[in-house]
Design a protein. Structure first.
Length: 234
């Protein structure tokens, strides 16, 4: 390990993050979608040419990657590790919430209640799902990055393909600090599989143009039935 070289790489990446427009663009890309430069410019409230310059910086710091489809060029966050870093920094950078602060957070109720963080579920719903996994012994308390046998059975009963999940190069479970709730939700291969299954079951419906998602009546009943989660309880 070369600390000086690693330090230079860390400083370069930190410098890429240390700009309001670039940080805003990265927060937008936490929805897991591929974005155009024009869309990101509008999201950050800057010109397209300025957005292109910022994307060049983010690309140089290996924070984003390009995706091409036909003549169209898109960008997205490079991987889940970068998404986790951005979400965690957002949580750490926010001031400690007072009662008034939480009322302000609740003004954007949809996002604070349920949203995507890259490709997994965040917000109050995501945090309560994660808590239920721990309380029901579905995650190994001695190794919280793995499912217990009970957790494996639970996932199979819900229709999650564990063989496909474990074929992924991603960690099985990654705790991800939720910036609105200040508690962990589930990321990693399991977090992605849960969100995908909830969407397939009609429990979660994505909203166009936003990270916020809608928890349906079927979803509320389903989470109560399979995890004992009451998303409206204080």
């Amino acid at each position: 390990m070369n600390d000086r070289a690693d330090g230079a790489a860390l400083a370069s990446r930190a410098a890429a993050l240390a700009d309001t427009s670039r940080a805003t663009m990265l927060l937008g890309m936490l929805d897991g979608r591929a974005w155009t430069a024009t869309e990101l410019a509008a999201h950050a409230g800057i010109s397209r040419s300025t957005a292109t310059e910022h994307l060049h910086v983010l690309r140089g710091a290996a924070l984003i990657e390009d995706r091409h489809q036909g003549r169209h060029r898109y960008v997205r966050i490079r991987d889940e590790q970068i998404a986790h870093l951005v979400e965690m920094l957002a949580a750490l950078g926010a001031p400690a919430p007072s009662r008034a602060d939480w009322r302000a957070i609740d003004a954007d109720r949809a996002s604070a209640f349920a949203r995507t963080c890259y490709d997994h579920l965040a917000g109050r719903v995501g945090v309560r799902v994660a808590a239920a996994f721990g309380e029901r012994g579905l995650i190994d308390s001695a190794m919280p990055t793995r499912l217990t046998p009970a957790g494996e059975t639970w996932c199979e009963d819900l229709g999650i393909d564990l063989v496909a999940l474990r074929r992924s190069s991603r960690p099985e479970i990654v705790p991800c600090l939720d910036w609105t709730q200040r508690r962990d939700h589930l990321a990693g291969a399991l977090g992605a599989a849960l969100l995908a299954r909830f969407v397939d079951l009609g429990w979660i419906v994505r909203r166009d143009g936003t990270r916020a998602v809608h928890l349906t009546a079927e979803g509320r009943a389903g989470l109560q039935a399979v995890l004992g989660v009451d998303v409206d309880a204080d």
